[in-house]
Design a protein around this ligand. Sequence first.
Ligand SMILES: [Cu+2]
Length: 234
Amino acid sequence: MGELSVFHDHVIVVMSGVIVLIVYVMSYLLLNTKYYKNLSEGTMIEMIWSIVPAFLLIILVMPSMKVLYYMEDVKSPSLTFKVIAHQWYWSYVVPLYKNFSYLLDGKFFGGYEYDSLLEDDSMSPRLLGCSSDLVIPLGVTSRLLISSTDVIHSFAVPVMGLKVDAMPGRINQLFVNPSRMGVFYGQCSEICGSNHSFMPIILKVFNLSNYDSYTKNLLMELVEENVSSLSLNI
Ligand SMILES: [Cu+2]
């Protein structure tokens, strides 16, 4: 997202120069009452108005391609989160404590799965409250695997520069390495049916120690649900 922001500023600077020049030349020509009736060609000015725009396009394309490839680049993630879209809610599978898998009462658990539905809460803006959030750690490269069970949705958290379609039968991936803690809002961004507007996303970034205790709590919940007699000491 930082790279995208820098690219945006770069484009704004170049485009402002172009717009000022074009508006100046156009208004100058419109207001001018004199003309040179024998003028039919001018090699030098034609060279300039061909080469300068081509050069400007190259200046715009180079950083654009850089950001594009950087976004698609496969980093080496420490954690993997699964995001599954449904009509009309999200479900998440998040890694367990210390990114381990656990065998509880003979059942294998590689992650904690839960649903996140629209739910009004006083903290969130209207229609952006969720019954549960996606929590990721600060300063760690995480991978989000995004898919869908019914129709095409789109997982989008604009402030983090995240947006990818959730396609049924297909897995898309996003990488995120947040540089600050906080609560970040998103929504489904592909018209997916009548309740399309009612499947918000809350992405929370915790620092590592809070993230550790959060995943520990998830594991304890899993243990409580699945282990009847055993007492685990974690
Ligand atoms: Cu959707």
